[in-house]
Design a protein around this ligand. Structure first.
Ligand SMILES: Cc1ncc(COP(=O)(O)O)c(C=O)c1O
Length: 444
């Protein structure tokens, strides 16, 4: 048999064809120049033209185990040989094992999951379940939040990604967060909970099915709630029969130094949504975890939902591989330990650079907020905008070989959970250099 060798595309060809025939997320297409990535290992990835980047955002805060982990790759390979797909109406071993494993890891008495394809679909289904179980329609969500880009998930999203997607009659009511931006800072727990309860009273408690929130907010700036806030939300939800949905799509699977962010405060939500770190994103998979009183409702009521790829065998196998990697290498513990190193770097950058107005982190979930005035804390880019200075800092990071997520006035620091102290030093040295570009914009 004669096998024709397929000639590899050059970096320029890859980028050009991707732009010509595929649509990119969240932006105007002209002017884009995506990096042609060819391989990745651990906390680094490489481009077709031989450049090497340190990945300081785990791509989209999702490759928690790091790139190229053999345990995940081989789990997918073995499953592909054995049974790559079977209908969600069947039972199969990776589904059985993963369901049982998640019941062990998830907070409190959550012991049943519904598998989806990602974060948005998980939130869609959690909201659908909450409406079915309570018989109520309204959903509370916070402004500084992102819950996905589809139907109800994007309507629940509070940040400006909702605005162009808003339809009428979404049934979502937004409430303020305890955080009001770098200049106004944080409310007390008491004030924040009082304001939440006032909204519930004004909306009519008996009309509200659920409150969906990221226990630690992700893309809107790594907002770690003050102690007592999540416990207070739990108590308010209980008082009014409102289900608490925690969106742990980004904060789950070890990112914060615990398996789930809610574990820091011992709070058990009624529904919990996950994706990203569930498989370390090697294969798409999301899930909705539910407590027995939610799951029990569906024992004798139809669940009006279904997905061709629910419990996809390759994805379930990948998740088992990822969880094995997290456990074998104690990556959750590493996130806690390296989180202290990361926080030390943050403090140092704050001392050295006048443009660093705030630094927040928990485990390996962190960010820096840049300002142009250390006294007034005026952000280096406005809410929902950018500035030439932020663009220059971002360009300096790419130029020096560091990949991360730069949004508005925020620089993210969310490396894979397998990172070492030396690799953190490598990344922060690059950040140190790039922040000098930001310093030049600071008024004396
Ligand atoms: C907290 C949160 N929820 C939901 C989503 C949506 O997940 P997906 O992009 O997999 O639909 C994201 C994605 O960034 C997220 O950060």
């Amino acid at each position: 048999m004669v096998m024709e060798a397929v000639k590899a595309l050059s970096g320029e060809e890859i980028t050009e064809l991707c732009l010509k025939h595929t649509l990119y997320d969240w932006g105007v297409q002209s002017g884009l120049k995506p990096l042609p990535v060819t391989s990745a290992k651990g906390v680094h990835f490489h481009t077709a033209d031989g450049r090497r980047f340190i990945d300081f955002n785990s791509q989209l805060m999702c490759v928690n185990a790091g790139h190229g982990d053999r345990r995940i790759i081989e789990a997918i390979q073995r499953q592909a040989e054995q049974l790559p797909y079977i209908s969600p109406f069947m039972a199969h071993e990776p589904r059985a094992r993963l369901g049982a494993k998640l019941a062990e890891l998830l907070p409190g008495d959550i012991d049943k999951v519904f598998f989806t394809l990602g974060g948005a679909e998980s939130n869609e289904n959690a909201i659908k379940m909450a409406r079915a179980v309570t018989g109520r329609s309204k959903i509370l969500a916070r402004y500084r939040s992102y819950h996905g880009s589809t139907g109800t998930a994007v309507q629940a999203t509070g940040d400006p990604r909702r605005w162009p997607n808003e339809g009428s009659g979404s049934g979502v009511v937004h409430v303020l967060d305890p955080y009001h931006g770098i200049q106004r800072g944080w409310d007390t727990v008491e004030d924040s909970l009082t304001s939440l309860e006032e909204t519930i009273q004004l909306e009519g408690p008996s009309t509200i099915a659920a409150f969906i929130l990221e226990p630690i907010t992700g893309t809107n700036g790594i907002l770690i709630p003050p102690d007592g806030y999540l416990q207070g939300v739990r108590a308010i939800c209980d008082r009014y029969g409102i289900l608490m949905i925690c969106d742990e799509v980004m904060s789950g699977f070890g990112r914060t130094g615990r398996w789930f962010a809610v574990d820091h405060w011992g709070v058990v939500p009624d529904l919990i949504t996950m994706a990203k770190g569930l498989t370390s994103s090697y294969v798409p998979l999301g899930a909705v975890g539910m407590r027995p009183q939610v799951a029990g409702y569906f024992d004798d009521h139809v669940f009006y939902g279904g997905l061709t790829y629910n419990s996809h065998p390759l994805a379930c196998a990948a998740a088992l591989g990822a969880i094995r990697a997290y456990e074998e290498d104690d990556m959750v513990g590493n996130a806690r330990r390296m989180g202290e190193v990361l926080a030390r770097h943050h403090r140092r950058l704050r001392e050295r650079h006048p443009c660093v107005g705030a630094a927040r982190s928990i485990g390996l979930f962190g960010c820096l907020e840049l300002v142009r005035d250390r006294q007034t804390l005026e952000p280096l880019a406005p809410f929902n905008g950018t500035s030439p200075e932020m663009k220059a800092v971002a360009a300096a990071l790419v130029e020096a070989g560091l990949h991360t997520f730069v949004r508005w006035n925020v620089i993210m620091t969310n490396p894979p959970l397998c990172i070492t102290e030396a690799e953190l030093d490598e990344g922060f040295e690059i950040l140190d250099g790039a922040l000098e570009v930001g310093d030049r914009a600071v008024r004396d």
